[in-house]
Design a protein around this ligand. Structure first.
Ligand SMILES: Cc1ncc(COP(=O)(O)O)c(C=O)c1O
Length: 385
């Protein structure tokens, strides 16, 4: 068998296994004018379409070009990126920041480099794949604690207290597929007690929570508590890219010297950086509107719960509708699509086996009429499958 035949066989085997489990993924190009309401993306504040954000992206393209055209240590890092870094850091209560091409790159770099062999990483069972990818290549020992179970984490910390190497704790604030949040004040308290190194990903919380929109840490009164804060620019910011924030400048310098994701990749395009800066201004200006976002989430959840759907309480933009099997999730998703609503179906391995679900992602400006129409569509789709 030739090498080409071998590789092709591997691909076919992998695809057949996915198909058999109802887990085959397909790429579908979104049409310019989609005939459905988008409840699947992460543009929680509609900023990707905001005129001020679009104008800032286009001005950045005029001034700096559409591409950074080089990696950051060559000439890709511009004054625009530096300004973005400074603005994000001070907003979140940090002294130092670094902007990345994506959240995946940021997380895999931070968790691939900071923990090392001999260290232990205590991670929530549901952390994002980008963080798991980093930890697995770091050489540190990975231990998972049950989702949001801080008692279990405390017990693990007590057991690791005498160890030689460093202890890391890795969590998200709003979990990307569950839309729930740990008690961050309690986590900060644990950090005081056990002096672990805390990495927190606020990807799905920034913009939605906190007086100025700085996220769940701000909402829970513990800005600046984690050692490294990760945020993304492709969700509520409506742009692209990510950032990591530090109190210790050596961490920033180390990453920008040695993280392959940073050093060897064409840097974030200036229009994305310009859009993110404008989006930050918009996010801060939404202060008076922000409390209504939590209310919107609660009312959509209550409407779905009234059907008997398995939807948890909460106030985040990420609303899971638990369905169990992958086949069921796909069938209900299709039923909703046929009725004009695009949600995502989330299946293993993105979520644990048997926990397939719809992920309904909410956005600012959704109306009660849309909520009621969606509820009827969900009822019908649940009945039909
Ligand atoms: C919690 C979390 N962190 C990081 C990322 C990756 O961010 P990006 O899309 O910018 O690569 C995601 C993406 O969905 C996420 O949900």
């Amino acid at each position: 068998m030739s090498s080409q035949e071998r590789i092709s066989e591997r691909a076919h085997d992998a695809l057949s296994a996915r198909k058999a489990g109802g887990l085959l993924r397909r790429l579908e190009a979104r049409p310019k004018r989609a005939p459905w309401l988008n409840l699947a993306d992460n543009d929680y504040l509609n900023l990707s379409r905001d005129p001020a954000v679009i104008a800032a992206a286009s001005e950045a393209a005029q001034q700096w070009g559409v591409s950074a055209a080089a990696s950051p240590l060559i000439t890709g890092y511009t004054e625009l990126h530096a300004e973005l870094e400074r603005s994000l850091a001070s907003w979140h209560g940090y002294q130092h920041g670094l902007v990345w091409n994506s959240g995946f790159a940021a997380n895999s770099a931070v968790l691939g480099m900071l923990p090392q062999r001999g260290d232990v990483v205590l991670a929530d069972r549901l952390i994002h794949a980008s963080m798991v990818a980093g930890i697995l290549r770091s050489g540190a020992r990975l231990r998972r604690f049950p989702h949001n179970d801080l008692h279990a984490l405390q017990a693990m910390l007590a057991g690791e207290n005498q160890r030689e190497g460093a202890v890391f704790v890795v969590t998200e604030s709003i979990y990307s597929m569950d839309g729930d949040c740990p008690d961050l004040a309690a986590l900060s308290q644990l950090r005081e007690e056990f002096a672990f190194f805390w990495v927190l990903d606020e990807a799905h919380a920034t913009g939605w929570y906190g007086e100025t929109g700085a996220g769940a840490l701000e909402a829970q009164g513990c800005l600046g508590a984690p050692d490294v804060l990760v945020g993304t620019l492709g969700k509520a910011f409506g742009s692209q890219g990510a950032y990591t924030l530090f109190h210790d400048p050596a961490l920033r310098d180390w990453l920008l010297n040695e993280a392959g994701e940073f050093v060897y990749s064409t840097y974030l395009a200036p229009p994305a950086a310009g859009a993110a800066l404008a989006a930050l201004t918009c996010i801060r200006e939404l202060e008076s509107e922000r409390p209504a976002l939590a209310g919107l989430s609660r009312s959509w959840r209550a409407a779905m719960q009234s059907l008997g759907a398995d939807v948890p309480d909460g106030d985040s933009p990420v609303v899971p509708v638990h369905l169990g099997s992958a086949e069921r999730a796909i069938a209900v998703q299709r039923g909703l699509l046929a009725r004009g609503f695009r949600v995502s179906s989330i299946r293993p391995p993105t979520v644990p086996d048997g926990t397939a679900r719809l992920r309904v992602s909410l956005r600012r400006g959704l109306t009660d009429v849309q909520r009621d129409a969606f509820t009827i569509a969900l009822k019908e789709a649940l009945q039909c499958e």
